[in-house]
Write a protein that binds this ligand. Structure first.
Ligand code: B12
Ligand code: SF4
Length: 453
């Protein structure tokens, strides 16, 4: 699935509003980085080139792919064709800033949101060059690295809508994309593997429902597309904000289709009803675990009963939903995995269950300390090449066992399936016919998903 760069486009709009001359080059579909970049660099002769690095890797322990090396090629081209100062930001750059900056030799890395910090940086850059107060900036001064803490106090109602007209939406939609839209930042939950506290902070900050729907109305009008993905970590938490947005969508009869990540907490019949009426065509239900023991160990903050209740609400509403499981958490054993499957099947039948194994370790996620304690990593381990936490109790053949478990249910799949040629081909066809969400009919993907190994 191709994901449009709404974060970078947001930064572009902020800079435009400040009167900066900004050129935006989207390299997502570039078959030839040099051809796409060299001409623009020569023509525009930039003072600063900002790289938006969204993904370092695919976070999959068994089908690992890393992407951060591409940034090195981009930097080489920038250096060859310009004398610009290189800076970087984005989700990928924010999760492991020190490692990435050292690997890419980039002197300025922005951690977390850039709406306030980038303009502040530009002011200092063309003035006194005192970077000590720029929130979330990692920078090098006289051989020493400094890291300023990010600031999560920005008011989302003060930010303009991202520069949507710079994005080739048609191309993204052809590759399974949707219009990304963020309604709030911050997450108060404390999942053991999560690093969103570094990306967005733990305090919830909202864009007012009125403004959200104004933006969405504009995006529909200006792009001609009506399929949205709410990019909030948990769209339905707190329920009140999500419900107000949906009620406003209904009131304005916006006629959109949308998908979001949701959490079982608070997902009841009334919420499912309002979601459906506002155009919800799919929920990605992040549960990770189901048994009381594993919910606790994964720090999920909701209960098995919450999961059951959300299942019932979604099944009654008819909204297609996919459940995401993350096996391998602290102290998990094979019987825990079996128990998880048994419980979920008792709750009912989701359209799809995506089961993965292994927790990508980030420095600022709670799992980091557990992994150190258990000797899986040391403080010196470079995490840029992904390292995964998998409960030692699961043993060497954990993935084979998970694959075998998944084969027992037609709706279950694992990274082994998602990475297969057949599934990728089916998804390409579904994308072409705009089947959204493309996991809705996963059972019909055929025998491949059910094959016995
Ligand atoms: C929503 C989301 C998705 C959705 C996107 C839907 C859509 N149509 O947009 C889906 C489910 C498709 C998805 C998929 C994937 N995702 Co994702 N996703 C997110 C999430 C939750 C939000 C991203 C977002 O849109 N934020 C809103 C925008 C406005 O913010 P932003 O992009 O971060 O931009 C801000 C700052 O970063 C900064 N900034 C951005 N660019 C720049 C540039 C400069 C120069 C500066 C100064 C600042 C700056 O300013 C912006 C505004 O404040 C993030 C986690 C998070 N909380 O950020 C993970 C995240 C980005 N995803 C991640 C990953 C790994 C993936 C996948 C690879 C997973 C997989 N195995 O398939 C795929 C890749 C898909 C692809 N082709 O790119 C990781 C990346 C880290 C890593 N290890 O690589 C993240 C960080 C989550 C995590 N695990 O930590 N994802
Ligand atoms: S609910 Fe999602 S965003 Fe919040 S801490 Fe857990 S994994 Fe992170």
């Amino acid at each position: 699935m191709a994901v449009a760069p709404i974060g970078a486009a947001g930064i572009v709009r902020i800079l435009e509003h400040q009167g900066q001359d900004v050129h935006f080059v989207d390299l997502c579909f570039s078959g030839n980085l040099k051809r796409n970049l060299a001409g623009v660099l020569k023509k525009t002769d930039p003072d600063i080139v900002g790289l938006a690095i969204r993904n370092l890797d695919n976070c999959s322990s068994t089908t690992q792919k890393t992407f951060f090396q591409t940034a090195r090629s981009v930097i080489q081209i920038v250096k060859e064709y310009s004398s610009a100062t290189i800076i970087m930001g984005g989700g990928g750059a924010s999760v492991l800033p020190q490692e990435l900056a050292a690997y890419l030799h980039v002197p300025y890395t922005f951690i977390g949101e850039g709406e306030e910090s980038l303009p502040a940086f530009l002011r200092e850059y063309s003035g006194k060059k005192d970077f000590s107060k720029i929130p979330g900036l990692l920078y090098q001064e006289k051989e020493t690295w400094h890291m300023n803490p990010p600031d999560f106090s920005g008011n989302l109602d003060h930010y303009p809508l991202y520069a949507y007209e710079r994005i080739n939406h048609k191309k993204y939609f052809e590759h399974g994309g949707m219009i990304g839209y963020q309604t709030k930042r911050g997450c108060p939950f404390g999942c053991v593997y999560c690093n969103y506290r570094t990306l967005e902070g733990t305090r919830l900050r909202y864009r007012s429902p009125q403004l959200c729907v104004d933006d969405m109305e504009k995006l529909v009008r200006e792009t001609g597309f009506r399929d949205f993905f709410f990019t909030d970590g948990v769209f339905n938490w707190p329920p009140d904000h999500a419900m107000k947005i949906c009620e406003e969508i209904i009131r304005r009869n916006l006629q959109i289709r949308w998908i979001a990540y949701c959490n079982p907490a608070g997902l009841d019949d009334e919420m499912a009803r309002v979601f459906k009426a506002s155009g919800c065509v799919g929920i990605e239900l992040g549960v990770d675990a189901v048994t009381d023991k594993m919910l606790e160990n994964m720090g999920k903050g909701f209960t098995r009963q919450d999961i059951q209740k959300s299942y019932q609400a979604l099944l009654r509403s008819g909204i297609p939903f996919a459940v995401f499981l993350l096996f391998g958490g602290p102290d998990e054993s094979y019987p825990d995995m079996v128990e998880t499957q048994k419980c979920l099947m008792e709750f009912g039948k989701a359209n799809a269950v995506f089961a993965s194994l292994g927790i990508r370790i980030y420095r600022d996620a709670p799992i980091y300390r557990i992994a150190i304690r258990e000797g899986i990593i040391t403080p010196q381990t470079n995490l840029l090449n992904p390292v995964f936490y998998i409960s030692p109790k699961l043993g060497e053949d954990a993935m084979d066992r998970l694959d075998r478990l998944a084969r027992q249910e037609v709706t279950w799949s694992t990274p082994t399936d998602w990475d297969s040629f057949t599934v990728k081909s089916v998804q390409r066809i579904l994308n072409r016919f705009r089947v959204i969400p493309n996991w809705k009919d996963i059972e019909a993907y055929g025998t491949h998903m059910r094959r016995k190994r």
